[in-house]
Design a protein around this ligand. Structure first.
Ligand code: IMP
Ligand code: MG
Length: 184
C-alpha cells in the first residue's frame, strides 16, 4: 500500500504544496459526522442522501457507511467550475436525481463550500419538490461565502482559503483519486 507521503512525492513537491488533511484525519472526522447524522433523523422516517457530483463521490461513499441507519443514495450533477480555480457563479444541472424527493428527509452532500453559488442555486430547486426536510452536509467549508440559502448542519473541516485537491476534489479533473486532501 502506498502512503500519503509516497503519493505526494510522486506528484512532485512543486505540484502539491502540503497535505492538509490526512487519510486518518478524514476517516476520524467522517466517522463522527456519520454518527451525528444517524442520530439526527428518526429511525422510521425515510432518508435520501444526495451526493453532489462529482466532487462528493468519495466522501459520500465513506459517509454513508458511517451513518448507522437505513438510507437511500442518489446523485445530483451540478457543474460550477470549468477548468479554473475561481467559481464562475454558473451552475448547470447535468444529472437530476431519479429518486422521489417529496415527503423524504433529504440530506445534500457537498464536497466543499467555496462561493456558495452551487448550494444557493440548488437549494430552491430541491425545495420546490417538497422534501420533508432538507439539510446540507459539507466535508469542507472555506467560510468565504455570504450567508447561504441553507447553512450546512454538518461540516467536516473549516478549510483554509487555498485550492484543495484529493479525496474527490479535482483541479481540472485531476487528483480526485488521492486518498488525502492536499493544497496545490
Ligand atoms: P461554490 O459553488 O463556489 O461554493 O463551489 C462549490 C464547488 O466548487 C465544489 O463542489 C467544488 O467542486 C468546487 N471547488 C470549490 N473550491 C474548491 C477547491 O478548493 N478545490 C477543488 N474544488 C473546489
Ligand atoms: Mg469540482
Amino acid at each position: 500500500m502506498q502512503t500519503s507521503t509516497d503519493i505526494a512525492a510522486r506528484l512532485g513537491g512543486q505540484e502539491l504544496r502540503r497535505i492538509v488533511y490526512s487519510e486518518k484525519d478524514i476517516a476520524e472526522r467522517v466517522d463522527i459526522m456519520g454518527r451525528a447524522i444517524g442520530a439526527h433523523y428518526p429511525d422510521d422516517e425515510p432518508l435520501l442522501v444526495i451526493g453532489l457530483l462529482k466532487g462528493s463521490f468519495i466522501f459520500l461513499a465513506d459517509l454513508v457507511r458511517r451513518i448507522p441507519r437505513p438510507l437511500v443514495v442518489d446523485f445530483l450533477g451540478a457543474a460550477s467550475y470549468g477548468s479554473a480555480t475561481v467559481s464562475s457563479g454558473n451552475v448547470r444541472l447535468v444529472y437530476d436525481p431519479e429518486a422521489e424527493i417529496a415527503g423524504k428527509h433529504v440530506l445534500l452532500v457537498e464536497d466543499i463550500i467555496d462561493s456558495g453559488n452551487t448550494v444557493n442555486r440548488l437549494v430552491p430547486k430541491l425545495r420546490e419538490r417538497g422534501p420533508r426536510s432538507l439539510e446540507l452536509c459539507a466535508l469542507l467549508h472555506k467560510r468565504l461565502a455570504p450567508p447561504l440559502r441553507l447553512e450546512p448542519r454538518w461540516v467536516g473541516f473549516e478549510a483554509p482559503p487555498e485550492f484543495l485537491v484529493g479525496y474527490g476534489l479535482d483541479y481540472s479533473e485531476n487528483y480526485r483519486g488521492l486518498p488525502f486532501i492536499g493544497s496545490i
